[in-house]
Ligand binder design. Structure first.
Ligand code: HQG
Length: 178
């Protein structure tokens, strides 16, 4: 049976970000999983796909959700983890403004306690307003915050850029939100 790339992308997100143990997989350092082992363990757990299907999903993922290691043997989620994973990204200077898309019902809580990672490892920020709008829509009626990333950086807050261009930081206090 042909593999549905959207279903496979969701499966890979689930396993590589949240529940590797669900198929008996252990993520290596920096969140990498050996592709052959992933294919075998998924098959044993009832989800059948080939290495080529996986490579197709990596190549066509709209948000470049997955990265391949330089030797081509391993795959990881670029961001979005809830399992504790040290991605090994180096802190870097962010653009002066970043964006965070959320739902209007969260605005009040965010203005009082700032942006928190919730179930994920870090707060996810977008480089542009349009992307943040789309992220916010996933949760309901969207609201986009502008984040004074330059101001935070000047005060020593660390920023990281995932392989796919999403910006990550640990917490955004309310005074940096507009
Ligand atoms: C909100 C997608 C109340 C936060 C996207 C968000 C992204 C608070 C929700 C990536 C809060 C968490 C991540 C506070 C934050 N009080 N609510 N203090 N602080 N929140 O899904 O950023 O399609 O974990 O605003 O493109 O929406 O999965 O994070 O609404 O890059 O590849 O708590 O996921 O990519 O939601 O999305 P999420 P997110 P994928």
């Amino acid at each position: 049976m042909p593999v549905d790339p959207i279903q496979l992308s969701k499966f890979l997100s689930f396993v590589l970000r949240h529940k590797p143990d669900e198929i008996g997989l252990t993520l290596g350092p920096k969140g990498w999983a050996n592709i052959d082992e992933l294919v075998e363990r998924a098959k044993a757990a009832g989800t059948k796909f080939e290495r080529a299907d996986l490579l197709g999903v990596v190549a066509t993922s709209d948000k470049k959700r997955f990265s391949l290691s330089s030797d081509g043997l391993s795959i990881r989620a670029a961001q979005g983890h809830s399992v504790s994973v040290e991605l090994g990204l180096s802190p870097r200077e962010p653009p002066s403004i970043l964006y965070h898309g959320t739902a209007t019902r969260f605005v009040e809580a965010i203005l009082s306690e700032g942006l928190k990672p919730q179930a994920r490892q870090q707060v996810h920020l977008s480089a542009d307003d349009a992307t943040a709008q789309r992220v916010g829509q996933r949760h309901g009626k969207p609201h986009v915050f502008k984040v004074d990333a330059g101001g935070m950086h000047a005060k020593g807050f660390k920023f990281y850029r995932a392989d796919n261009g999403v910006w990550l930081t640990d917490h955004v206090p309310p005074e940096f939100l507009a």
